[in-house]
Design a protein around this ligand. Structure first.
Ligand code: ADP
Length: 687
């Protein structure tokens, strides 16, 4: 075993985080708790980003493009010198697995929070890493990773391994230069193609061949080593649910893991780390062959020489803070706990919230985040079971320059079922407005029966494509619920300038009829033909009565009760349902633990604001604006004839003559703002 780091204590009191987004915020949180001063770095696109706002100090390192800022070794080191940082935490991505950066830190006398450069290099080449792992007794997928790259020899190796095989670029990453070959016929063409891709992407045409597992699970082991020769594993995570080889949902511990397999995999992972002189946090990724239930075989895939995105699920089940461990190890301290002191408590899930549109091939989305929050109260969630690691806040811009991951939602429960129920509830409570996200897709994943049954493999999304991408056609109940939310919102708007902090329901003080137009948003179903708007006609005899809704011939009794936060209880014909309801621009979003319904709230005319008794004045039923006056004062009108139109929110409201008679005078003109209850006009009824 080679050691390149001195086991002597390395002191630092200022930590620079060479990253952005949620991971920079998360690392700084622990650093602050440990009494360290925190320094952020930022590109021009991030001058006011959350991680910059959270830091004690922040240094600009360049323009928006990552290669001109977060990937610049010289700029990051200069920022460290300028701010007096004694250590740099690289987070994940960017410079975290760049051996040259680690060397440059050492030369500058700055502590790098991570492994030695030699350990990073050892895992950088898949073929070389596999050769070393084989030597250390770590199980490999049957395959070939030799230096001889002769066509005939590779073909013979593939035959020996048995089809299907997977061709992989030795230098590869991110799924490039990787192809499945089903039979000998396709071998040569695939080999040529992969070599070309690999040469272009990594400047290296070398290939390795692996047996292609048709139903593998991705199970990875968290390891930790210190500079005193200690190494432990903090158990495993199952990250099988992936899109484009990128993880979406992760959990710990892995379902249906036996104590024996856990120990075997854990010990193999520690062996892998110690073989390369590892220090700090690392992850050894394995494929678990789930096609052999009885005899689950696991195979080394690669080692990630950094903290992983999904480390929080490990923190939730072990009760440890992995960033604190990293910092302590970097300071030269021994590992906080020995293997036999580490235990698993309960179950944890992580869902990655991306600014992307699953319906459009997970196309990244950008925009202004009008609102970003987690409505714990509304969802009735226990705050100790839910953690939101976020890189953004309400009002932030989501730019196109970086990874579209906005935040991670992490939950804990006593067991898998309980944790999953909490995850579904928490996803419904996640309130993101202004930017398209995969929130509802995550809900469909997390509530899918196969996921609930832990029938996992790396092609989960592919296998369940039909269910996961089905276009949700709103039901009559959905339209009625959305109409109730619209009416409720209208009522609140008319009473308060900040309607969302009110909990008492405003009700129109007269009996009334109202009409709400709703439509399926185009963005939800870009392929489906533009739907006709649905009009919900509502009426109720008095303010405490439920609405009577008429939509397309169906009548329903409908009532809304506001609960905590965004939560509402909607009762339709005696069936009460709890939902999170919110308004995203003009879109009404109804979320429950199964998914969400989005309906655009259209401008619709409210009809017949009726007053049965002849009155001498008409008052404004809501806070709004006068749109138009429809009659001349003094002109005779019949009962029910429209006199003036008001507008509030998306609704036009027509005020009608309460009796036969005439308007004596209007108190407002078109364009004027009026408050609820103000007298709008004087009316003289015929005797
Ligand atoms: P990269 O470095 O390009 O990301 P990896 O070797 O890490 O490539 O593999 C990425 C993903 O490809 C894995 O998470 C798994 O889903 C799939 N994969 C890799 N090797 C195999 C294999 N031998 N059989 C089946 N699937 C595999």
């Amino acid at each position: 075993m080679t050691r390149t780091t001195s086991p002597r204590a390395q002191h630092f009191d200022t930590l620079l985080v060479a990253n952005r987004g949620e991971i920079a915020c998360r690392v700084m949180r622990t650093a602050r708790r440990m009494g360290l001063r925190t320094v952020a770095v930022y590109s021009d696109a991030d001058a006011n980003a959350r991680h910059v706002r959270k830091a004690d100090e922040a240094v600009r390192i360049g323009p928006a493009a990552a290669r001109d800022s977060y990937l610049r070794v010289d700029a990051v080191l200069k920022a460290a010198r300028r701010s007096g940082a004694g250590a740099i935490h690289p987070g994940y991505g960017f410079l975290s697995e760049n051996a040259d950066f680690v060397t440059a830190c050492a030369e500058a006398g700055i502590v790098f929070i991570g492994p030695p450069a030699t350990a990073i290099s050892a895992m950088g080449d898949k073929s070389a890493a596999k050769a070393r792992m084989e030597k250390a007794g770590v199980p490999l997928v049957p395959g070939y990773h030799g230096d001889d790259q002769d066509d005939a020899l590779l073909r013979a190796a593939a035959e020996r391994i048995g089809y299907p095989v997977l061709l992989k670029a030795s230098r590869g990453g991110g799924g490039k230069g990787m192809r499945v070959v089903e039979s000998g016929e396709g071998f040569q063409a695939a080999l040529d193609g992969c070599r070309r891709e690999s040469q272009a992407a990594f400047n290296d045409p070398r290939m390795l061949i692996e047996k292609y597992l048709t139903q593998p699970r991705h199970v990875e082991v968290q390891v930790f080593c210190d500079t005193h020769g200690n190494g432990v594993y903090l158990f495993e995570r199952d990250c099988s649910v992936q899109r484009r080889h990128q993880k979406v949902l992760e959990e710990a511990p892995a379902p249906s893991m036996t104590a024996e397999l856990r120990r075997e995999m854990g010990e193999a992972a520690v062996r892998a780390a110690q073989e390369i002189g590892y220090v700090g946090a690392g992850t050894v990724e394995f494929l678990l062959d789930s096609s052999q239930e009885q005899d689950s075989r696991f195979y080394f895939m690669e080692m990630n020489t950094r903290l992983q995105v999904e480390h929080p699920v490990t923190e939730m089940i072990t009760g440890q803070d992995l960033v604190e461990w990293q910092l302590r190890v970097a300071m030269g301290e021994p590992l906080p706990l020995a293997q036999d002191a580490l235990t698993i408590t309960g179950h944890s899930f992580e869902a990655r919230l991306y600014a992307e549109d699953p319906a459009q091939g997970f196309l990244p989305a950008t925009g202004h985040l009008e609102h970003f929050g987690l409505d714990l109260a509304g969802a009735g969630l226990d705050p100790t079971q839910v953690r939101l690691d976020s890189g953004v806040e309400s009002g932030d811009e989501v730019s196109m320059h970086y990874d579209p991951m906005l935040a991670k939602l992490i939950v804990h429960g006593d067991d898998r079922d309980q944790a999953l129920a909490t995850l579904n509830r928490a996803l419904a409570a996640l309130d993101v407005r202004g930017v398209v996200t995969n929130r509802a897709f995550l809900q469909r994943l997390a509530s899918h029966p196969a996921f609930r049954a832990a029938k996992l493999d790396t092609r989960f999304i592919e296998h369940h494509h039909v269910d996961l991408f089905a276009v949700h056609e709103p039901s009559a109940e959905d339209y009625a619920s959305a109409a109730l939310v619209a009416l409720d919102r209208l009522g609140r708007e008319s009473k308060s300038d900040s309607p969302w902090d009110r909990h008492d329901g405003f009700r129109l003080n007269a009996d009334h009829r109202i009409r709400v137009g709703l439509n399926v948003p185009k963005a939800t179903a870009p392929q489906s033909p533009a739907a006709e708007p649905i009009v919900v006609d509502g009426s109720r005899p008095h303010e405490d009565a439920p609405w009577r809704f008429d939509l397309g011939g169906t009548t329903l009794s409908a009532n809304l009760q506001r609960l905590d936060g965004d939560a509402v209880a909607i009762t339709l014909d005696g069936h009460r349902r709890r939902l999170q309801a919110r308004l995203d621009g003009d879109t009404i979003v109804l979320a429950d633990t199964q998914g969400e319904t989005r309906l655009d709230w259209l401008r619709a005319d409210a009809v017949d604001h009726g007053h049965h008794e002849a009155e001498s004045t008409l008052t404004a039923p809501m806070h709004g604006t006068v749109v138009t006056l429809l009659v001349e004062p003094g002109t005779p009108v019949e009962k029910g004839m429209p006199l003036m139109v008001m507008e509030a929110m998306k609704m036009e409201h027509t005020l009608s003559a309460p009796a036969d008679g005439q308007v004596v005078s209007f108190h407002f003109a078109a364009g004027d703002t009026v408050s609820q209850g103000e007298v709008l006009l004087e009316f003289a009824a015929d005797e």
